[in-house]
Design a protein around this ligand. Structure first.
Ligand code: SF4
Length: 394
């Protein structure tokens, strides 16, 4: 039986595209009328034939979200720990070939950023960094998690891929969420976008997500960087990936993000631009098929679109007031950001917009004590370790 990454080879990618074009309007009507559409309906809901049904798709997605999440929108903020990186990802401002102002936060600077973010009301934090073995060793990330855990109810990481032992240590230090976008599920395009560096390991990235779930992460964040490849097939692969993870790790919640490429150092231009309409279509289709998944929208998107998305009522988690440079909450000029944030409103302003739309802005919706006082980390003892096969230890 092929492993999940083997099901995403180039032939499968091409076949997926051909399959989408064969979907009929009648099939879309049937999927929308089904009592419980699931992952198997995603090819129908994302097909070109479904474009004409966007209004109905959005309505169904909104009803599904209301039933599962009520009128709530959770808020979180990222803190960038370091913009050093040894990888060449063509689309990213932190690409090691770019000449930018680089910085890794000291422990005191990280504490200061955490204090600032906490003062703004956030209780859910995302720690982000580039991938550089000397500048950002594993111990540094684990210590940052432990510091953040003392201040925040929920701490997630969006850093380089790790193995089961490392994710287990992060979970024990207080990390409950892992975000690791595949960037693109199209293998050939993935290799073109990552010509050098550890990140070329497409299958290793997929395995890392499984290692994180195995280590007991409460939530795993999946996403494709929209603009790198055909969004319909990316949506299809995201759904397959989520369904695969849900079968193996039923206690782990899936979160879908929809990051669109933003202007950044290096001036990368997306080869397959994704319109607002496409973005909404993809988001709503995934919501219908995955009623329990978080749908995350970041400050990459314009304020005007984010406001419309709040009213649409499908996304359940928004970042706000984000800075993408290390130290950015105290000193925006001290380092270069990963990309240009589009929504630069304060967290309070974003919360006010959510409230004005009739939704509750939620600063905290989880606490580790929900797990009965345990760390929430199942013991890895006695379980086989997955062969993550990373080429280095950090
Ligand atoms: S996407 Fe991540 S790994 Fe790639 S250059 Fe940017 S920070 Fe480094």
């Amino acid at each position: 039986m092929p492993t999940f990454d083997q099901t995403l080879n180039d032939a499968a990618w091409q076949a997926a595209g051909e399959g989408l074009t064969r979907v009929s309007p009648e099939a879309v009507r049937r999927a929308l009328a089904a009592p419980r559409p699931g992952a198997g309906d995603i090819p129908t809901l994302l097909a070109p034939a479904a474009d004409a049904f966007l209004e109905q798709i959005a309505q169904r997605a909104r009803e599904t979200t209301l039933r599962r999440f009520g009128r709530t929108v959770a808020l979180y903020a990222p803190i960038y720990l370091s913009n050093h990186c040894a990888n060449v990802c063509l689309y990213c401002g932190f690409n090691c070939n770019n000449t930018i102002l680089r910085k890794t936060l000291s422990a005191a600077e990280a504490e200061s950023e955490m204090a600032r973010v906490r003062e703004q009301g956030f209780d859910h934090l995302l720690l982000v960094s580039g991938d550089h073995p000397r500048e950002i060793p594993f111990d540094y990330i684990r210590d940052a998690v432990a510091r953040a855990h003392r201040r925040f109810a929920s701490v997630s990481v969006e850093v380089y891929p790790m193995d089961l032992a490392q994710y287990t240590q992060l979970a024990q230090a207080g990390c409950d969420g892992l975000v690791l976008y595949q960037e693109t599920y199209h293998v050939e395009q993935y290799l073109r976008m990552h010509p050098r560096g550890w990140k070329r390991d497409y299958a290793g990235r997929l395995r890392a997500i499984e290692a994180g779930a195995e280590a007991g992460m409460r939530s795993v964040g999946l996403g494709a960087l929209l603009g790198l490849s055909d969004w319909r097939r990316e949506g299809l692969c995201l759904a397959r990936h989520a369904a695969h993870l849900m079968k193996r790790f039923w206690r782990t919640r899936i979160a879908f993000s929809f990051p669109r490429i933003c202007p950044a150092a290096g001036g990368f231009q997306p080869p397959c631009p994704v319109t607002d309409r496409d973005l909404v279509h993809m988001m709503c289709a995934l919501r219908i098929a995955f009623p329990d998944a978080e749908i995350v929208i970041s400050t990459r998107e314009r304020a005007e679109l984010r406001d419309r998305l709040v009213q649409l009522g499908v996304a359940t988690r928004f970042s706000a007031g984000s800075r993408t440079q290390p130290g950015g909450y105290r000193d925006e000029a001290g380092a270069t950001g990963q990309f240009d944030v589009h929504d630069r409103r304060t967290p309070a302003e974003v919360a006010a917009v959510i409230a004005a739309a009739g939704y509750d802005p939620v600063w905290k919706d989880w606490d580790r004590t929900f797990l009965g006082g345990s760390t929430g980390v199942p013991s890895p003892a006695g379980r086989p370790r997955p062969a993550t096969g990373f080429p280095r230890s950090v």
